[in-house]
Design a protein around this ligand. Structure first.
Ligand code: TYM
Length: 333
């Protein structure tokens, strides 16, 4: 049966890229398939996180999920660290995945930069844990932004090798990344060649889900553009990355395609387009930020939702992990 799984790391304020690339899709898919959405606190500590703040950050991601429309009566929402089977399955997968596969992961290279010998071993093996997150629930569909595509390919390789090595064809499904639409790769507002990211030092590079209407409008007003009016073809737009990004953001926020947005705005300059984009962004994101603040003001309720989700996730994952242990031949299997 089809099943959705995805997660977000609790490593700081969520931005428009996380929202359009991931959260919006979670909310849509929950009505189409059984859905598991977690907060990746195991992944978060691959780089230093202040222990005194980590739980609060987990609650904040949960609040963002709820604010963007995930319904705990429909989807299972839980913290990764409340389901130890993720880490147990990750160990088995560490012994299935090959070093050569991990050596190819571009996200590790980006995150580690020049001094990879100083990074944690966890950061290196992070995509293996991600495969465990997905396959513990035998998920078939994984809604993510474009930057996670390579990790999904690794997940498929791990699933296929496990099935082969332990002689159980079809034991794990080969999950697909759900990466479509104009919001799959939102770029920085300051640089059309860099993706919008939590770690960019410039606040003007991104719109955060908690930004108020003034901040949203100001960031869009200051977004880098060129002096030309919008073109009438996608090909012409593709040569102008900053313009292309703003059109894609408009399209994603409005549930349209970039071609449809161009059809409306071709020939108009940014003096017209930016204020319209700002109005749209405020109309769509304002209520999400407000709902997030409302949920954050009731941490007891968030904790209740997360505890109930964790209970259900443990129940669904337990038999799969038990089968894995038996297949591997563990003493305790
Ligand atoms: P994370 O926490 O970096 O990002 C969360 C989600 O947001 C997407 N995203 C973007 N989408 C469009 N444009 C952008 N600029 C942008 N920036 C981020 C990411 O693609 C992601 O979908 N490894 C994952 C977390 C994870 C996970 C999993 C996801 C752990 N286990 C299992 C799916 C399944 C991560 O670091 O996402």
């Amino acid at each position: 049966p089809a099943r959705v799984l995805s997660g977000v790391q609790p490593t700081g304020a969520l931005h428009l890229g996380n929202y359009l690339g991931a959260l919006v899709k979670f909310t849509r898919l929950q009505h189409q398939m059984e859905t598991f959405i977690f907060v990746a606190d195991l992944h978060a500590i691959t780089q230093w996180q202040d222990p005194a703040r980590l739980k609060g950050q987990v609650r904040e991601i949960a609040a963002a999920y709820l604010a963007s429309g995930l319904d705990p009566k429909v989807a299972t929402i839980f913290p990764q660290s409340a389901v130890p089977a993720h880490a147990e399955l990750a160990w088995v997968f560490n012994c299935v995945a090959r070093l050569g596969w991990l050596d190819r992961m571009t996200q590790f290279k980006d995150k580690a930069g020049k001094h990879k010998e100083r990074e944690s071993v966890g950061l290196y093996t992070y995509p293996v844990l991600q495969a465990a997150d997905i396959l513990l629930y035998r998920a078939t569909h994984v809604p993510v932004g474009e930057d996670q595509r390579q990790h999904l390919e690794l997940t498929r390789d791990i699933a296929a090798k496990f099935n082969h090595d332990f002689g159980v064809p079809g034991f794990f499904p080969l999950p697909e990344a759900v990466v479509e639409g104009p919001g799959a790769r939102v770029m920085s507002l300051r640089d059309g060649a860099a993706k919008m990211s939590k770690s960019d030092p410039s606040e003007y590079s991104r719109i955060n889900l908690t930004d108020d209407a003034d901040a949203i409008a100001q960031k869009i007003r200051k977004a880098r553009t060129d002096p030309e009016p919008l073109p009438d073809t996608l090909e012409a737009l593709a040569a102008r990355p900053e313009a292309q990004n703003l059109v894609a953001i408009y399209a994603a926020l409005d549930g349209r395609t970039s071609a449809e947005v161009l059809a409306e705005y071709a020939g108009q300059g940014f003096g017209v387009f930016k204020p319209r984009l700002a109005d749209l962004a405020v109309a769509k994101l304002g209520p999400v930020g407000e709902a997030m603040r409302r949920y954050m003001s009731d941490p007891v309720e968030i904790d209740r939702i997360l505890a109930a989700g964790a209970e259900r996730a443990r129940q669904v994952g337990a038999p799969v992990l038990a089968e894995v242990k038996a297949a591997v031949g563990y003493w305790a299997g």
